[in-house]
Design a protein around this ligand. Structure first.
Ligand SMILES: Nc1ncnc2c1ncn2[C@@H]1O[C@H](COP(=O)(O)OP(=O)(O)O)[C@@H](O)[C@H]1O
Ligand SMILES: [Mg+2]
Length: 251
């Protein structure tokens, strides 16, 4: 089995605050890992470190055996590491497929001008095909021509995930893909994630363990920047440290 992500002693400090504290992490190809923990426990910061949004204060990150600690985010995307993005930078007045293609190109930092891209038939066809496949996979193909502002919140989340999938990742990092959704929408997104997870490794951040317990093979529980428990969901749920700091406070 290939180790896809290996993080060693990752630490991130913001002034006096240690947001991520000596985290070690290993993910094999094809695995589905869940990261849970109370608000402010460092989950998103850990994603930012893994995806190269900012560098760690200490520690190293290896992707498929290569040290990527100093490699910028867009190059990690090209290597196969994708994460979902908030839809803040999506144009509401564009069609769904237009936003998908634009986000795909922007994330990969395609160097040529958009005009140049559209005249480069091979590249254009390859990208359009990836985007079409992603829309098919998340079930948004019938809404490709819909204006983005007309999408429900659940469908916007599907579009967010489709952008990640369109990058052909070996690993996809999803930061709270269920946040803010209705129970019905949560069901749809979970069903979709279950359907697509065969194609890549997956790391899912979630605030509440109950929502992702059936999805993940392995869990990491974070608190105050540290991993306080890891292993199977049963192990973590039965861990007194988890009960004390997570369930005790949150549930
Ligand atoms: N860019 C930043 N600058 C300063 N502090 C930050 C920054 N990002 C996160 N933090 C702080 O780091 C801690 C962990 O935050 P975060 O990783 O967002 O937690 P989580 O995703 O688990 O809710 C919090 O105290 C947060 O305020
Ligand atoms: Mg977060």
């Amino acid at each position: 089995m290939t180790t896809l992500i290996h993080a060693e002693e990752l630490t991130k400090r913001f002034d006096g605050l240690v947001a991520v504290n000596q985290v070690n992490l290993r993910l094999e190809e094809g695995e589905v890992l869940g990261i849970i923990g109370p608000n402010g426990s460092g989950k998103t910061t850990l994603f930012n470190l893994l995806s190269g949004y900012f560098p760690p204060s200490e520690g190293a990150i290896f992707f498929a055996g290569k040290n990527v600690t100093e490699i910028p985010a867009y190059q990690r995307v090209k290597m196969g590491m994708a994460r979902t993005f908030q839809l803040v930078s999506v144009f509401d007045t564009l069609k769904v497929w237009e936003n998908l293609v634009l986000s795909n190109l922007r994330t990969k930092r395609v160097k040529e001008s958009p005009l140049g891209f559209f005249f480069s038939a091979a590249r254009k066809n390859a990208t359009l095909q990836c985007c079409q496949d992603a829309l098919d996979l998340v079930g948004l193909a019938s809404k490709a021509e819909t204006l983005t502002y007309e999408l429900s919140y659940g469908d916007k989340r599907m579009l967010e995930i489709a952008i990640g999938i369109s990058l052909n990742p070996r690993i996809l990092l999803l930061d709270e893909p269920l946040a803010g959704l209705s129970d019905h929408e949560i069901g749809s997104v979970l069903e979709m994630i279950n359907r697509v997870k065969q194609s890549f490794s997956l790391v899912v951040i979630e605030h509440k363990i109950s929502k992702i317990v059936d999805l993940v093979q392995k869990l990491i529980v974070m608190n105050e920047g540290k991993i306080i428990s890891e292993g199977s969901a049963e192990n973590c749920l039965g861990d007194p440290k988890v009960r004390e700091c997570y369930w005790g406070k949150e549930e």
